[in-house]
Ligand binder design. Structure first.
Ligand code: GTP
Ligand code: MG
Length: 571
């Protein structure tokens, strides 16, 4: 009773007060119970506070995208000299207008992202920018917002460089992550720490939108009203620093479609070329834009046209940002998938935390890969996680049908005959009140998929129920918006088998005494990897890498056998 009163008081003192209170309460209960129950409870309370804050702050996916795209239009990317004097550079750039935000990062040199308060500043900046004087004739005079800052005259002392902060654009290596996680006091905390270490930063998201905006400038040479928007993990809330940049060239925003015509008199129409199919139009447009990116796009290298894929695309590397880019067109279903993942992530913070943990675990063990092949993709894996969260006895997230049922008239969306409608207003979704810890959920995820009837059943997040498999693919995950398609059609028996074995092994590992939280095991913070950290250790010593610490694991079936044996003995 007294504890809850002091909690209420501290609620008013804000989050830090709340945390202090929890530390005290934690210590008190731990003295009595000697378990990590409190760590789990703290995770809940923090979650409740965050949920309330989230509900108040929630903005739709569309609103966030529109704001970021507009912000990117007012921004420039500048390669800077090494002897950078931040104050002087900012003073120089401010001549063209007020600067809202500026940050620096390192990528084979120093770069600055500068966001002006007013778009007019970009025009002013362009007026004062020269075409390089060296090899004048061999330059393509395409003026973009990727610039170079030259330091003229005597070399400036980099007097403010010591204080210059570079924003990280990559994650820490897995071995450092394992070390970091091993110092945490609960698996729940490890899950949160992993997400915090891996997720995209505000600056990295800005850079992603800026690269889209730079691409839009190229496409706008032909289609002045087009937009290029990011989709996939860059914007669905599940992006890891270093993930690819999926872009969508949106020509549907071009005005003049469905225009109301006068009943009498005259009207004008554009004369336009027509092709055999929508797909052929998309391929032709991407082919031309691909050529422009290749020949005119400063910083864009290794341009490949992959036009015969199911979803035609242009792939290239954007060197100044170090992003691997995929540019698609006419890919509105993927945009809807992105919005759906964003919404589920906003609904409950356990969704994103678990998604980061599972995606990282899968990557470390080669369940997912950056190379196309028979591997499970991050997208499929995330849909599997969503399905699992829908299948809890008190579901953590609603089904897609539930989200469609509460949609408003403006949410209505039909793409190529498929109903892609679901609610965009977060506040219309009822919270179901599931209070399970992310630690418990992680363990149950592995158990769920370690024993799932993949041979007979299909995963369906629209209904939130497994259904009979309609075809012979080893893994069947129904595309949420195109029910006749299987998003994991590429996965073969071997890869599915590896996934199932690893799930069994991981659920077994999490049950081992040495993998329990330090308090539960009766000690202080552990130096050796435990909990989630132990799941991120490689299973086998990779050939040719000497001196790397690895753990020898029993195969899953052996592990489960010995676990059953020990249970028998105890009972
Ligand atoms: P990363 O592995 O971090 O790049 O994750 P990602 O979510 O960005 O995945 P990926 O780059 O493979 O795909 C980008 C987006 O395209 C996904 O987030 C989905 O929205 C969509 N997508 C991917 N695969 C499929 C699929 O098989 N069907 C449909 N409809 N959409 C897909
Ligand atoms: Mg991607």
């Amino acid at each position: 009773m007294s504890s809850s009163i002091s909690l209420c008081r501290l609620h008013m003192g804000g989050r830090s007060g709340l945390e202090k209170c929890f530390k005290k309460l934690n210590a008190r209960i731990q003295r009595r119970l000697g378990t990590n129950v409190v760590a789990a409870r703290r995770e809940h309370l923090t979650k409740d506070v965050t949920l309330t804050e989230q509900r108040a702050e929630y903005r739709s996916f569309e609103a966030v995208q529109a704001e970021r795209l507009e912000q990117a239009e007012r921004s420039v990317l500048i390669g800077c000299p090494n002897n950078l004097n931040e104050k002087k550079v900012l003073a120089y750039l401010s001549r063209h207008g007020d600067i809202n935000k500026c940050f620096f990062y390192e990528n084979y040199g120093i770069y600055a992202v500068v966001e002006y308060a007013d778009k007019g500043s970009i025009a002013s900046l362009h007026e004062g920018t020269a075409i390089p004087s060296v090899d004048h004739e061999s330059m393509v005079p395409f003026k973009s917002r990727l610039l170079s800052l030259r330091s003229l005259g005597p070399v400036e002392p980099p007097n403010s460089k010591a204080g210059l902060q570079f924003q990280p654009q990559t994650t820490i290596p897995v071995n450092l992550l394992v070390q970091k996680l091993s110092g945490e006091e609960s698996i729940g905390q490890q899950i949160t720490t992993l997400r915090e270490a891996y997720q995209l930063t505000e600056e990295n998201i800005r850079l992603r939108f800026l690269v889209c905006s730079l691409l839009k400038d190229i496409a706008a040479a032909y289609f002045p009203e087009c937009t290029v928007r990011p989709f996939g993990s860059s914007v669905n809330g599940l992006g890891k620093l270093g993930c690819d940049l999926d872009m969508f060239l949106d020509l549907n925003v071009i005005g003049g479609r469905n225009m109301a015509l006068p009943k009498a008199g005259f009207s004008l129409e554009y004369q336009m070329k027509q092709d055999n199919s929508e797909r052929a139009v998309t391929q032709n447009i991407l082919s031309v834009i691909g050529d422009c990116v290749n020949h005119f796009g400063a910083g864009c290298v290794g341009v490949m046209k992959i036009l015969n894929a199911r979803c035609p695309l242009i792939r290239f590397a954007h060197q100044p940002s170090d992003f691997q880019c995929d540019l698609t067109a006419n890919n509105r279903v993927a945009m809807k998938c992105t919005e759906l993942l964003y919404l589920y992530g906003e609904l409950d913070q356990r969704v994103r935390s678990l998604a980061f943990a599972v995606r990282c675990w899968a990557r470390v063990h080669g369940i997912t890969s950056s190379i196309p092949g028979a591997w499970i993709t991050n997208f499929s894996l995330t849909v599997m996680l969503l399905f699992f969260l829908q299948r809890r006895s008190t579901p953590i997230i609603p089904t897609l049908d539930d989200l469609r049922d509460v949609a408003g008239p403006t949410d209505r969306s039909v793409i190529e005959g498929n109903d892609c409608t679901f609610v965009s207003d977060f506040t219309k979704i009822r919270h179901q009140g599931n209070t399970e810890t992310s630690e418990q959920l992680l363990y149950d995820f592995f158990e769920f998929y370690g024993t799932f009837a993949f041979d007979r059943m299909s995963i369906n997040i629209r209904k939130g129920k497994e259904q009979n498999k309609p075809e012979g693919a080893p893994l069947h995950i129904q595309n949420p918006f195109e029910p006749s398609l299987n998003i994991s059609k590429n996965v073969d028996v071997k890869q599915l088998g590896r996934f199932v074995t690893l799930c069994q092994e991981s659920s077994w590992l999490l049950q081992q005494a040495e993998n329990k939280a330090p308090q539960a095991a009766g000690g202080a913070a552990k130096a050796t990897p435990w909990g989630l950290a132990s799941l991120l250790l490689p299973s086998q010593e990779p050939k040719g890498i000497k001196g790397r610490k690895t753990r020898k694991r029993e195969p899953a079936s052996e592990g489960i056998k010995s676990l059953l044996e020990s249970l028998k003995k105890t009972s």
